[in-house]
Design a protein around this ligand. Structure first.
Ligand SMILES: [Zn+2]
Length: 325
């Protein structure tokens, strides 16, 4: 049964606690069902020509809920008090992460409002869905965002003015443990012991930590580059390139592939000249190396003009709901 094309992916990994419903007749299996998630159900049934697998979409009722909290001690405590799950408040922090550092910048008196989906079936709450709109007031400044899905199914969060909340680039393309070497035009090279400009930032991280594309782009180099070891270079638009070096191995995107921001392009290692596992990351504008930690990052694309009217129509009630708190 696990070899049925529809079933393979969902039966290969079974974890303790996973439930499979088996219907049998004197030990002869007639059908088998497994909940893949809240919406999708894998059903395998016996027919005349053996078993067939099918993925059924189950009906889920979505309705919008609102929550509001004021920070008295910590964001998580305020969330708890407002009946907001940790996952949901993390989700909100992710939306605003480009403007607010939730570790450093949050103050007592800051406030959040979240309009979010709740998923229900047959009178039972299944969990929280996506955040439809949110506001965070940080030290007196209000940040607002609403979710918009375009005709290709891409979901993004935009401000009331239609600005994308994201930047076109992430600041660091890897979850790092520390910065082992900064951008420095006059650095003494640790292996060669000569003065050699360090044209990027070294992010120390365990071997095999995923390295993610800093922005949407195209793979223009994927191979070994002398001291850089296994290296990927991405082209972003006309004038920006980013480089990722010392990988232990490459991920699937091949030379010429398009990648999206956050997509894994390789894994941390110490190939080439390196004293320990780290990502060497470079950011170039028109061929000139810039400090990846301080270079001003361009914003991600705003709401496309063809969606502007639709965006305004669909988000107007959400902004109103935020105003109500
Ligand atoms: Zn380096």
């Amino acid at each position: 049964m696990a070899r049925l094309p529809q079933a393979e992916e969902h039966l290969r990994i079974l974890l303790p606690g996973d439930q499979i419903t088996v219907t049998h007749n004197d030990g002869q299996i007639i059908s088998l069902a497994r909940e893949i998630d809240e919406v999708n159900l894998l059903e395998i049934t016996k027919g005349e020509k053996g078993f067939t697998a099918e993925i059924l979409k189950r009906k889920v009722d979505t309705h919008l809920e609102g929550a509001h909290g004021i920070i008295q001690s910590s964001l998580f405590e305020a969330a708890q008090e407002a009946g907001v799950s940790d996952a949901l408040i993390m989700n909100m922090a992710e939306i605003f992460q480009w403007d607010i550092d939730f570790i450093q910048d949050v103050r007592i008196g800051d406030a959040f409002t979240i309009i979010f989906e709740e998923l229900w079936r047959d009178g039972v709450k299944l969990g929280d869905g996506n955040i439809s709109a949110a506001e965070f007031v940080n030290q007196g400044t209000s940040f607002r965002a609403a979710r918009f899905i375009d005709n290709n199914g891409n979901a993004n969060y935009f401000t009331p003015e239609g600005r994308n909340v994201r930047k076109a680039f992430t600041r660091a393309p890897v979850d790092f443990t520390r910065i082992s070497s900064n951008f420095d035009p006059n650095r003494r090279h640790p292996v060669l012991n000569t003065i050699r400009a360090h044209r990027g930032v070294d992010y120390a991280a365990p071997t095999r930590t995923p390295i993610r594309a800093a922005g949407d782009g195209k793979v223009i180099f994927r191979g070994v580059r002398n001291g850089y070891g296994n290296t990927v270079i991405l082209q972003h638009g006309d004038n920006i390139t980013t480089l990722y070096a010392h990988m232990s191995r490459f991920a699937s995107p091949k030379l010429g592939s398009r990648v999206v921001q956050g997509q894994t392009i390789g894994f941390v290692g110490m190939s080439g000249l390196a004293t320990g596992p780290h990502l060497h990351y470079e950011y170039r504008i028109n061929g000139v190396h810039r400090n990846p930690r301080t270079v001003p990052l361009p914003p991600a694309d705003p709401i496309p003009s063809e969606y502007r009217e639709d965006f305004q129509k669909r988000t107007a009630p959400l902004w109103q709901q935020l105003n109500a708190y």
